[in-house]
Design a protein around this ligand. Structure first.
Ligand SMILES: Cc1cc2nc3c(=O)[nH]c(=O)nc-3n(C[C@H](O)[C@H](O)[C@H](O)COP(=O)(O)O)c2cc1C
Length: 229
């Protein structure tokens, strides 16, 4: 929590006018080991290391899941970065790499969208097996059986998130997580909705801005989908 709080304090260019509107209680995470880097989080008792894995901007992370989000396939880079063996990932829910700094509301929106057969672009912080983290921009593709018209699964395409996108989104996520501790996902959804409304933006417009509108990223995702379809 100390690290999160520090990040919120250090951030700039964020929607600060919203950051302190809610009076949110914070909890300290227990810091162990060298007193700096290793944290046992109270979310799922898995190890967290305050160290980022820097992704190769030329590479992509791809995974495929069934309709419940159970991993069916991961490309080599996914396996490498996650730190798991391929056979430790296949058959596991995608939340195996969930980072506790990720607000639940982002996953709620994600599932709402893909279940409605719509794409969503999300900036996601993931946790590797050793507790370190990495930031990605994720774009989804819904696989539909042409004969039955039923969803058969989902693809997630990911690239390294630009530093600017992380700088902008991290304090917002920290705030959403804090709200969720007190008011659950309903609270964070309310907060996010109020934020977007006051800025007169949809979630997609907000994400476009955060990630760089008309960015090369979108062109890349389009090309990837074409390649894998
Ligand atoms: C194709 C696909 C890819 C996903 N990728 C991730 C991911 O990289 N990291 C993550 O935390 N959740 C990912 N999710 C969302 C998870 O299924 C899950 O909703 C999330 O980790 C939150 O866990 P929970 O629903 O158990 O709270 C993905 C879901 C799908 C369908």
């Amino acid at each position: 929590m100390i690290a999160v709080k520090k990040r919120v304090e250090e951030s700039s260019g964020t929607p600060e006018n919203f950051i302190d509107r809610f009076n949110v209680k914070t909890e300290n995470k227990e810091i162990v080991g060298d007193g700096q880097k290793i944290i046992i989080n109270n979310f799922d008792n898995k190890k967290l290391v305050e160290e980022e894995i820097m992704l190769d901007s030329k590479k992509y992370i791809l995974s495929k899941t069934d309709t419940r989000g159970v991993i069916e396939y991961g490309n080599d880079y996914f396996v490498e970065i996650s730190g798991y063996q391929e056979n430790e990932l296949i058959g596991q829910p995608h939340s195996i790499i969930r980072h506790p700094d990720m607000p639940k509301v982002v996953f709620k929106l994600l599932w709402q969208r893909i279940k409605s057969h719509e794409n969503i672009i999300a900036v996601v912080k993931n946790r590797a097996k050793d507790g370190r983290y990495y930031w990605v921009i994720t774009d989804f593709e819904i696989k539909i059986d042409k004969i039955t018209n039923k969803v058969t699964g989902y693809f997630a395409y990911r690239k390294a998130a630009p530093r600017e996108a992380i700088r902008k989104i991290e304090p917002l996520y920290a705030k959403l997580v804090e709200i969720e501790k007190v008011s659950g996902v309903d609270g964070s959804l309310k907060y996010l909705t109020a934020l977007l409304e006051s800025e007169n933006k949809t979630y997609d417009q907000f994400i476009d801005e955060v990630t760089g509108r008309n960015s090369i990223m979108k062109i890349w995702f389009k090309a990837m989908k074409k390649f894998f379809s």
